[in-house]
Design a protein around this ligand. Structure first.
Ligand code: PLP
Ligand code: TYF
Length: 396
């Protein structure tokens, strides 16, 4: 029965983990998969998360199902983080949160919801985007299209993006990265978000905002600018939020699908449909990650501890961005790679070509995605001189 099934290559990004492990070069550097690293190269459990887990272990009384929408306490604390304290959208009760297995689970819920409730509508993703967007939407049966995002000189192609958005058929879905665009690191300015809002309104397009890195760009509030602008000015918005990065709970699979509707009545209607989609996928989401997040965010002391640590992570990344460019200055390459200091989030589209990436891996043990995407959190004070020397060598 299985004779006809062919073996296919694994995920290119996750494959880098194995390749890196096998490399015996003592100076090897991992700039591959998007996981935060501290100065020692570790991905530790955040202090507030550890404390929340101690409290949960002591106080937990049951492990019964938490329901298809997840724990109400999780939705209650996440909505104000995403949409803002005092959000008019929340005051109007037009937003619904459904806890999901990570941001990926939220994307899958969104995809199935779109496929079942808006049949025939296409979906538009940036070129490039996180590769899983392609698989998630097409496997749900949605026709996928691309809009330009980066130009040939490795700059944000906002004109190209806007011109493409203006051609999209009414009612189609547009995927936007809220902040920390994966893989490029190029984000929209507030002015550009306003322009996108106008087009979405005029063309009657439905935005799906993927919010996987809140707090990793400029700050928790700053990073939410685009999400909140759209939610407050459009009748309908889909948001997929992830706590994997900003709480460092990658393996706990914690995220949510937020649906913003025109009014409370319509919100309850779409919410009832999302419960069906969740049930048909996995029934109930895992509880632990959501419980960690609600324990932290409902406690002033733990919230302050979490915010402080998140700020440390963001500041470290943004400092390393500047130091990377400085390290390249002695080689006359500061201008060529200046974009790295301007981009935001975990990733940078460095402009390194696939051939240069291959040479960095083979000759220097430096691992990144072949598109030239580097995980900036993999930089460190210790490895920057080595990285700069290697990049200079592949630029000769
Ligand atoms: N969306 C983007 C753009 C991402 O980079 C990621 C990262 O993994 C996700 C969604 C999904 O995150 P999660 O690990 O929460 O599923
Ligand atoms: O882009 C990244 O590196 C992260 C992590 O199939 C990731 O978003 C990568 C690939 C994948 C799942 C997560």
């Amino acid at each position: 029965m299985f004779e006809h099934i062919e073996r296919v290559p694994g995920d290119a990004i996750l494959g880098l983990i194995e390749a890196f492990k096998k490399d015996t070069n003592p100076q090897k550097v991992d700039l591959g998969v998007g996981v935060y690293r501290d100065a020692q190269g570790n991905t530790p459990v955040m202090r507030a998360v550890k404390e929340a887990e101690f409290r949960l272990l002591e106080n937990e009384t049951t492990k019964t199902y938490i329901g298809s929408h997840g724990a109400p306490a999780y939705g209650e604390v996440v909505l104000p983080i995403v949409l803002g304290e005092g959000s008019p959208v929340l005051a109007a009760k037009r937003a619904s949160a459904t806890q999901s297995p990570g941001g990926t689970g939220a994307l899958r819920l969104a995809a199935d919801f779109i496929a079942s409730q808006m049949p025939g509508k296409g979906i538009w993703v940036s070129d490039p985007t996180w590769p899983n967007h392609h698989g998630i939407f097409t496997s749900a049966g949605i026709e996928l299209h691309k809009y330009p995002y980066v130009d040939a000189d490795n700059r944000l192609d906002f004109d190209g993006m806007v011109n493409a958005l203006k051609q999209i058929p009414e009612g189609d879905v547009v995927v936007l990265h809220a902040c920390c665009h994966n893989p490029t690191g190029f984000d929209l300015s507030q002015e550009q978000w306003r322009e996108v809002l106008d087009i979405l309104k005029q063309r009657k397009l439905l935005p799906l905002v993927d919010f996987a890195y809140q707090g990793f760009g400029e700050g928790l509030e700053e990073d939410a600018f685009g999400v909140r602008l759209l939610a407050e000015n459009l009748d309908e918005v889909i948001i997929t939020s992830s706590c994997s990065k900003n709480f460092g709970i990658y393996c706990e699979r914690t995220g949510c699908l937020i649906l913003v509707a025109k009014d409370e009545e319509q919100m309850e209607n779409v919410r009832s449909q999302v419960a069906i989609v969740a049930r048909e996928n996995y029934s109930n989401p895992p509880a632990h990650g959501g419980a960690i997040v609600s324990t932290i965010l409902s406690d002033t002391e733990l919230t302050a501890m979490w915010r402080e640590e998140l700020t440390e992570m963001r500041d470290r990344i943004n400092t390393l961005r500047r130091e990377f460019v400085e390290a390249l200055a002695p080689y006359g390459l500061a201008d060529k790679y200046a974009c790295v200091a301007e981009q935001r989030g975990m990733f940078s589209y460095t402009g390194l070509t696939p051939e240069q990436v291959d040479r960095l891996r083979d000759e220097f043990g430096i691992y990144m995605v072949r598109s030239g995407r580097a995980n900036v959190a993999g930089f460190s004070k210790e490895n920057l001189p080595y990285l700069a020397k290697a990049i200079a060598a592949v630029n000769e």
